[in-house]
Structure formats: structure tokens, C-alpha cells
Design a protein around this ligand. Structure first.
Ligand SMILES: [Zn+2]
Length: 253
């Protein structure tokens, strides 16, 4: 059913959460928009103005690596200032209550971790933009250090001590999906009895596969998203209201 109004949505959701034993939240950009993180893929979003740099181009030239880092520093104020929203806090409350074993997210903003979910229980399908990794040895680098090196070296991106390129810990276009995260997301999807899609249009691969997988394994499916999705027809509950308004009542301090 499509919830006709906010009160009905919260009441229905409340009942389903009470009955569930293992809830799997699957989150997308919509949960972070109230935190000031733009939806890069949306019309008018950053990616429609600035074509994302594909992975092979990042590897192929120092110019592209420099440009990639220049763009990342330009949006650092946005990511640096963002704090968890009501949706994040509600999911963190359910996590603390023991009903949510982990969260699967398409977001790269680190806000689930910031809301109190242990890093090992946040499954990031597209990585994380708040730190960087060497592509060869996987050594972790902080953005602050990279910016210092970048500025000190005539606006050129530094390399790792092993000689490998350093890139934000995100999954770029053309870069393979993180196998361990994908496997974990699949295991969690198969084990949950309530799949909660929050703020994802569910079109970007691999997001599209999970709601169906959950349904086939007998879970209930709830979709909370501003716009209709392809899976609304098979969902047990569809909510098209503001995510913060819908999940806010589930925050427990
Ligand atoms: Zn390295």
C-alpha cells in the first residue's frame, strides 16, 4: 500500500518494526539531503554539471588525479560540516535496540558512522569519501594531509610511499564493486525479515537487486522515498513523505 498520509505511514511502519526481528536498512542519497549533502546524481546535481572522472582516466594521468583531488577539496566544506539527520538517528536507535544488525548504504558521507553505528556494521557499496586509500597497498590517508601535500607540491596529488596512487576511498565509475561489501549486503538481505529502503531511487546497480532478493526470501519490503521507484508495486508499504518526518518518531535518546 501507498501510505495516504504521514500519520498512517508512521503507524504502519511502527507496527512492522515492532513485529520484525531483523531489519535491514538500505539507504541512499535521500537520507542525507537534510544534512546538506546534495544528491550528486539528481537533475541539477554536481554530476550533471561536472562529469565524474572515470577510474581508468584517474589511473592514466597525473592531470586527472590532480583534477579529481581539486574537486574533492572544493566540496570538503559540505562534507566536513554535515551532521547526521533524523533518518540516521532513527536507524542508530533501532541499531542500539538490537533490531538492526547492520546498515547497507550507497552513500559515501560517513553519516551512519557519525550517528553511532559501529564502522564494521556500516556496509558501504560505494565506499567512503571522508578518507583516502592507496590503490596498491591500501594504506589509509587523511584528507588534511593530502591537502597539505597538494598545496606544497604546486597543486599536484601526492603518491603513497609505496609508489601507488592515493584516491578517496570511494568506488569510481569503472572501478569494480567492493566484493566483500557486496557479499555482506547479500547475506544481510537474505537474513532480514524487514527490508527498509530509505532515500534510494533503487535504479543504480547494484541497488536494484536487493529489494527483490529480500522479497524472494520472504521479507517484508518498505520503501521510503520522495519519488516513486520501480519496486513500489511489490512493496508492502510505500511512503513518499519526507524521510526525516517519517523516521523522526523512531529516534530514542
Ligand atoms: Zn601504498
Amino acid at each position: 500500500m501507498i501510505a495516504p498520509d504521514l500519520d498512517t505511514a508512521v503507524a504502519e511502519l511502527s507496527e512492522m518494526i515492532a513485529e520484525a526481528e531483523a531489519i535491514l536498512p538500505f539507504t541512499g542519497a535521500g537520507i542525507s539531503t537534510e544534512c546538506g549533502i546534495p544528491d550528486f546524481r539528481s537533475p541539477g546535481g554536481l554530476w550533471t554539471k561536472n562529469r565524474p572522472i572515470p577510474f581508468d582516466e584517474f589511473l592514466a594521468s597525473q592531470d586527472m588525479r590532480d583534477e579529481s583531488w581539486r574537486r574533492r577539496f572544493a566540496i570538503d566544506a559540505t562534507f566536513g560540516a554535515a551532521r547526521p539527520g533524523r533518518g540516521h538517528s532513527a536507524l542508530a536507535s533501532l541499531y542500539r535496540s538490537g533490531k538492526v544488525p547492520a546498515v547497507v548504504t550507497q552513500n559515501i558521507d560517513n553519516l551512519h558512522q557519525a550517528s553511532g553505528i559501529a564502522p564494521q556494521d556500516v556496509v558501504e557499496l560505494h565506499g567512503n569519501t571522508t578518507y583516502a586509500l592507496c590503490l596498491e597497498c591500501e594504506r589509509r590517508y587523511e584528507l588534511e594531509w593530502i591537502k597539505e601535500q597538494f598545496d606544497a607540491n604546486g597543486q599536484h596529488a601526492p603518491d603513497c610511499t609505496c609508489g601507488g596512487f592515493i584516491k578517496t576511498a570511494t568506488v569510481s565509475f569503472g572501478q569494480s564493486m567492493p566484493a566483500a561489501a557486496m557479499q555482506r549486503a547479500e547475506d544481510l538481505t537474505k537474513r532480514c525479515d524487514l527490508f527498509l529502503a530509505v532515500g534510494s531511487s533503487l535504479v543504480v546497480w547494484p541497488a536494484a537487486g536487493f529489494p527483490l532478493m529480500a522479497k524472494r526470501n520472504g521479507a517484508s519490503l518498505v520503501i521510503i522515498n520522495r519519488d516513486p521507484t520501480e519496486f513500489d508495486e511489490i512493496a508492502d508499504l510505500v511512503v513518499r513523505h519526507d524521510i526525516g518526518d517519517v523516521l523522526g518518531p523512531f529516534i530514542q535518546h
